[in-house]
Design a binder for this molecule. Structure first.
Ligand code: 2ND
Ligand code: ZN
Length: 360
């Protein structure tokens, strides 16, 4: 059977758990916002700027990949800029057929022009509300939940964790830490994670992307992460290959037994060197071994991608079809940070009926 086409996949409902707000701007918007504040950019038209981001992020190193965010974060320092970026994010995801998205960003990176943390969160939230309302009016409803990220090299995780909890009834559904992984273990932020656990709050941790098993082990066993951002290096704890009786070590077995969700981001991993190619991406093995695998975009701008494109690439590389896309989508929805009854409603009322038709 021919691989599913991108245009088919756009029409299917999708759930996205790992998408950075500051990694998903429209190039045209960056140009306009940068012009208004006099921020110099490496290219002068939307096409060339989009290509510049992908090429610069295609670096083979997480540290260099992260340098490209200087240009997106620079134009997200005002309420109007943040509102616009969030609104367009909701619209772009819904146009791609995403029905549920958790979008993350680090409020502490948006204070350069005098905003407070609360004003940053308010501006982003209102942008998402307006974008979701417009998407619904266009007949493509989307639910957006926000994750607040703390930067792992900085020292504001406790403050950001408290901010997330304060906004838990106003659109913020979880917490995360991101940034360079090597040299910045998750246990540096143990106080924040312990606080979040006492508050019965949800969090994910970027771990096992640029650094290996110790980072994943700390995220799960010291910090108590609900999910793993990437977690792709978990394969270092699995011996053997696809279809050849792979053997799980203690940590990978624990992650699988506990159904800890993996937020895998195939294109991003190829760009930062965490995987050699999509075809060689560990998602094939992790799928075969029935880990709780989810597919994500990470940074749509830096990877020139979308949920539908990531899925199309996987269908092409692994011969996957609607059955696998349904499995991935339900895995993601089961792993979302919104309440159980709301997750179930999206699975039963939106995802299952749509995939039943596609599979028929
Ligand atoms: O894949 C990633 N790994 C670690 N950090 C990341 C990744 N993608 C984005 N970030 C960082 C850069 C952003 O400025 C920050 C908040 O979204 O998170
Ligand atoms: Zn990420």
């Amino acid at each position: 059977m021919a691989a599913l086409m991108h245009s088919d996949i756009v029409k299917a409902p999708k759930a996205l758990l790992h998408d950075h707000l500051d990694g998903g701007l429209r190039p045209a918007t960056i140009l306009e916002l940068a012009d208004a504040i006099g921020h110099p950019l490496p290219a002068g038209d939307p096409q060339a700027l989009g290509e510049w981001f992908v090429a610069a992020a295609d670096s083979g190193s997480l540290e260099r990949y992260l340098e490209t965010f200087a240009h997106t974060v620079a134009v997200m320092q005002t309420e109007a800029g943040l509102h616009r970026v969030a609104k367009e994010c909701a619209l772009d995801l819904s146009a791609d057929g995403v029905v549920y998205a958790e979008v993350r960003y680090a409020p502490e990176q948006h204070l350069e022009r005098g905003l407070t943390l609360d004003r940053v969160v308010d501006a982003v939230n209102s942008g998402f509300v307006d974008g979701a309302a417009e998407a619904a009016a266009q007949g493509r409803p989307i639910r957006v939940g926000v994750l607040l990220t703390a930067m792992r090299h900085a020292a504001r995780s406790q403050e950001i964790a408290e901010l997330a909890v304060r906004y838990r009834d106003q659109g913020v559904v979880g917490f995360d830490i991101a940034g360079a992984e090597a040299g910045f273990p998750p246990t540096r932020h143990l106080d924040a994670f312990e606080y979040l656990q006492r508050e019965n709050f949800h969090f994910t941790i970027h771990a096992g992307e640029a650094f290996g098993l110790p980072s994943i082990w700390q995220a799960i066993q010291w910090c108590g992460a609900d999910r793993l951002g990437h977690g792709v290096r978990l394969v270092d704890d699995i011996t053997g290959h696809r279809g050849e009786g792979a053997v799980l070590g203690r940590l990978s077995a624990y992650v699988r037994d506990k159904r800890i969700p993996l937020e895998l981001c195939p294109s991003s991993n190829v760009q930062t060197g965490a995987a050699r190619s999509i075809a060689e991406h560990p998602i094939g093995l992790l799928h075969d071994l029935r880990f709780r695998v989810t597919v994500n975009t990470d940074n749509r701008l830096m990877s020139g991608t979308s949920m539908s494109r990531e899925m199309a690439l996987l269908c092409e590389a692994f011969g996957w079809g609607w059955a696998e896309l349904r499995w991935l989508t339900i895995n993601a929805m089961k792993s979302a940070f919104i309440p159980f009854d709301e997750r179930l409603a999206i699975i039963d009322e939106v995802i299952k009926p749509a995939y039943a038709k596609l599979l028929a």
